[in-house]
Design a protein around this ligand. Structure first.
Ligand code: ACO
Length: 431
């Protein structure tokens, strides 16, 4: 490739503009266009930010062509095998793997704060049981602004540290409470001395009058799925968190906005959509071929959910990890699921079909995660809240990085105006 040039020259009308390069340690470098409007009167146009880096970041690296994902340099495969969700949260937020003492302090602080105040529980209990869990989750996180005002100043590092800890501590309790309310069971309390994931699993799955059955495979699977979702650089919800935070909205408000973005079926909502799609195929008498024809004919509203990704043009490494463990986990939980067989059949057909090959469409993380959450006993409406639970440390880390970056400005894109030019107001009787 030779030496990286220092500038890129853009010729625009009769002007020449030298645009500085922005270097990277891995992956694509950039060309800064910040001065283009001031110097030339032109803006760049990039719907969906297909070609726009909104920031420099040292948190997560993705090579979409090679199917590589690393948090702070560590490959996702190693973290999924050897680390834990809380350790990954520390890594993402603080930038290094914790020492034993650092981890102890971090996890004990989180354990201490897992309890929800009665008034907060009361608020969750006022939500309609039929509400979508993502609606309740977004509201609950925004509500933390009201309950913990001492932690909302975005310019106060101690307040931000507290907010990050409270979010990580309350999230499992909130999600289990949402699930139990929707299922008609009483909300449970966290137990002192019980592990973070164990607490979550017990608060979620314990049935009245029964000893909870929480096999180690279940605890490990929850932990692994949360690790896989923990960050994914500048995706839609993370960019939302950064954009809202760039206005100096507090961490809770920014993350509540991220939850809203994640609820969309083209983003975090895809795992729920995958299950609905697989169930539809099963109910049609497992007619996979007809379904695939409808996808390829681009019938309105018909996409192969869980396939395709803006960045991965190869197998999503997270999907590979989930797929590799899917059968083993279902066996450990004693669950047989026809939908897993249908998913594998769909994947096999897609990966051999020119429509998908030519567009580089591969399974993404959502393709198999729903099947695992279902095997654990979650209804499909809980899949996206579990994604949000996993993504929380990434949102926190990205928000903090954005706030600490001296280059950060309030996010405020430009537009190309294509509406009417100036015209005079017409009184209503003359229209
Ligand atoms: N099924 C069928 N065709 C698809 C799919 C799919 N899942 N995804 C993309 N395509 C086709 C498009 O129709 C388009 O075809 P064309 O070139 O003939 O017009 C081409 O592939 C490129 O697709 P775009 O929509 O332009 O790709 P984009 O990067 O904008 O979208 C996205 C990425 C939203 C993830 C898309 O692949 C999709 O809708 N997938 C299904 C939903 C999904 O699984 N989302 C989860 C994403 S991962 C996550 O958020 C955790």
């Amino acid at each position: 490739m030779g030496d990286t040039p220092q500038t890129a020259r853009l010729e625009i009308a009769d002007q020449q503009e030298d645009l500085p390069f922005v270097g990277s340690t891995a992956g694509n470098s950039g060309v800064a266009v910040t001065s283009l409007l001031k110097d030339t009167g032109y803006v760049t146009v990039d719907p969906g930010f297909m070609n726009t880096a909104s920031c420099s970041s040292d948190i997560t690296f993705i090579d979409g062509d090679k199917g590589i994902l690393r948090y702070r340099g560590y490959p996702i495969e190693q973290l999924a095998e050897h680390s834990s969700y809380l350790e990954v949260a520390y890594l993402l937020i603080h930038g290094h793997l914790p020492t034993a003492a650092e981890f102890d302090a971090f996890s004990s602080r989180i354990s201490r704060h897992m309890l929800l105040q009665e008034d907060f529980r009361g608020l969750l209990a006022q939500m309609p049981r039929s509400a979508h869990p993502m609606a309740v989750l977004g509201a609950a996180i925004q509500t933390m602004t009201a309950f913990y005002p001492e932690s909302i100043d975005p310019m106060n590092p101690a307040a931000v540290e507290l907010a990050a800890g409270l979010l990580l501590a309350k999230m499992p309790t909130i999600i289990s409470a949402i699930y139990r309310r929707a299922s008609g069971y009483a909300m449970l309390y966290p137990k002192k001395g019980e592990g973070y994931i164990e607490n979550f699993a017990r608060m979620t799955f314990a049935r009245p009058g029964e000893d909870p059955d929480l096999p180690p495979a279940l605890i490990k699977a929850i932990d692994t799925l949360l690790i896989l979702h923990a960050d994914h650089e500048q995706n839609c919800s993370t960019s939302t968190v950064r954009i809202v935070g760039s206005a100096h909205a507090n961490l809770y408000a920014s993350i509540a906005a991220g939850v809203a973005a994640l609820s969309g079926p083209l983003h975090g909502g895809a795992n729920e959509a995958v299950l609905n799609m697989l169930a539809e195929i099963r109910d049609s008498g497992r007619d996979v071929k007809t379904f695939m024809k409808r996808v390829k004919n681009k019938e309105p509203g018909v996409r192969l959910m869980g396939f395709g990704h803006r960045v991965y043009k190869n197998y999503d490494p997270r999907a590979a990890i989930v797929k590799a463990h899917a059968h083993e986990l279902l066996d450990a939980l004693g669950v047989k699921d026809e939908l897993l067989d249908i998913a594998m059949e769909v994947e096999g057909i897609a990966l051999a079909d020119d429509y998908f090959i030519s567009r580089k469409l591969y399974p993404n993380v959502d393709f198999y995660t729903g099947i695992i959450y279902r095997a654990m006993g979650f209804p499909s409406s809980m899949f996206t809240p579990m994604f949000a639970f996993g993504r929380l440390p990434g949102w926190i880390a990205q928000w903090r990085e954005m706030m600490a970056d001296p280059q950060t400005k309030i996010a405020r894109p430009r537009q190309i105006y294509v509406g009417p030019t100036a015209r005079d107001y017409v009184p209503i009787e003359d229209r």
